[in-house]
Ligand binder design. Sequence first.
Ligand code: PEP
Ligand code: MG
Length: 571
Amino acid sequence: MMRGTSASAGIGIGKAVVVEETDLKIKKETIADPEAEKVRFQAAVKKAIEETEVLAKDLATRVGPKEAEILNGHLLLFSDMFLLGEIENIIAGESVNSEYAIENVCNTYADTFASMGDELMQQRATDMRDIKTRMQKILMGVSSVDIAALPEGSIIVAKDLTPSMTAGIDPAKVTGIVTELGGKTSHSAILARALEIPAVVALEGVLNKVTEGEDIVLDGSEGIVIVNPQKAVKEEYAAKREAFIKEKKELEEYIGKPTVTRDGVHIELVANIGKPADVEKVLQYDGEGVGLFRTEFLFMDRNSMPTEAEQYEAYRKVASAMNGKPVIIRTLDIGGDKEIPYMGLEKDENPFLGYRAIRFCLDRKEDVYKPQLRALLMASAFGNIRIMVPMVTCLEEYREAKALVEELKKELDAKGISYKKDIQVGIMVETAAASLMADVFAKEVDFFSIGTNDLTQYTMAVDRGNDKVSYLYSPLNPAVLRSIRHVIECGRKEGIMVGMCGEAASDPMLIPLLLAFGLNEFSMSASAILNARKLITGYSTRELQAVADKAMSFATTKEVEDYMKEFIRRS
Ligand code: PEP
Ligand code: MG
């Protein structure tokens, strides 16, 4: 058994097809007529564009416009005047063949991207190598492996799959993908998920361990690959595949259904997002709104702050796409584990207890907070935006943020710019202080959203990223549960909405307890929504009261966990 990174869920059972791209031998050749060579190069680019357009169109109709975007990105590269100009300059300046000039220029870019380390840049490197090879193959008359013509029941085993290769895969024929390279968010992983083909990536050395035609089973959800499995193992995986397909079908039945408990309590089931493009998944999984837009992602992977106009555009997009459904946008939550180099934050001795989130924003009102709040207000004219303040520990922080919002509203009024006049401003309850003071906060703020990721960390005094102490990190710890119950009770008493956007909101062991406590809104990753709807609609909050009472009577995490596991097993 080998273990890699799970890139696309599901079980694949089939025969290995080892896809090895022929290594193109690129030779440097001196050419007599550089002008003619440039024409040859331009013709190859034209052909590459035509081929990619066909592939993009096919993908857009088969899968969707977002997936075709990846190939549209390649089209942009093929028409990037700067890139093409550089290649032509080398052809003309050094009197060399196109293949060599392409190799030189594209490799330089790809290597630079790859050396930057982060996954987005790795993706750009892969894209660059992909378009490089495609141009060279056209020039050299080498045809690609015809992935579309693979027999039924194929499991592709490759070093890496370029987006253009993945896009050509027919899901009716290919039941799995295994690659040596790549990551969860590489373009080929995204395409594999869109095509719903189980995939395991980043499996080192797999090409040396698999030969063409061998039996393979893989579990894309767990990142497991087994070569030449025994009959019993194969049967076990066949059963798993059946169960996976059945469960997926069952969950799809919950699309379009209201989220109401058996005793008629309406729950808002909403999604966490990090960028505007994530809205597509929210709609796909029938999210009833956005419960947390982590705006710090707009600030990441770039060299300078997004401008007010860029932020406005991002917020407006989400608000419009959600079409009047609630969209809770959290103001910048940086610091702690979320670093943004160009912000000039010094490394704190204790980053989680330091200069972060609202503390940082209130200190940088003019250049950071006001532009964000103004962008949010202006975007609120296009939908049901609510503003959420993170990491609040004391009332003054909320009051100061709220006063800024009021000041900016007046500014917009004076300029005649429209915005949602009654825009709600709420807080994340994710510090022990905010929880203890929830009764006081509830009288002033418009809503609560409990951030259990941090609330657990700050309640238990346990770094959420430290493996050595992770045994202490559980929202089922009685202290954390009491905190959660207290916040919900305080919010409900004052009649404000209480939501939860930490990971606990989608945890099957917590959902019954949260329902019993009276949580109004559950926010989670879009892919968890349908399962949560299935669970919630199966419960009666009234019947859950006794379960919650019992769970709250225990003194240790282990007892709570055992009890909830047993309750779920029985229900
Ligand atoms: C949380 O702390 O629970 C939360 C939702 O925010 P983040 O994970 O972004 O800190
Ligand atoms: Mg948090």
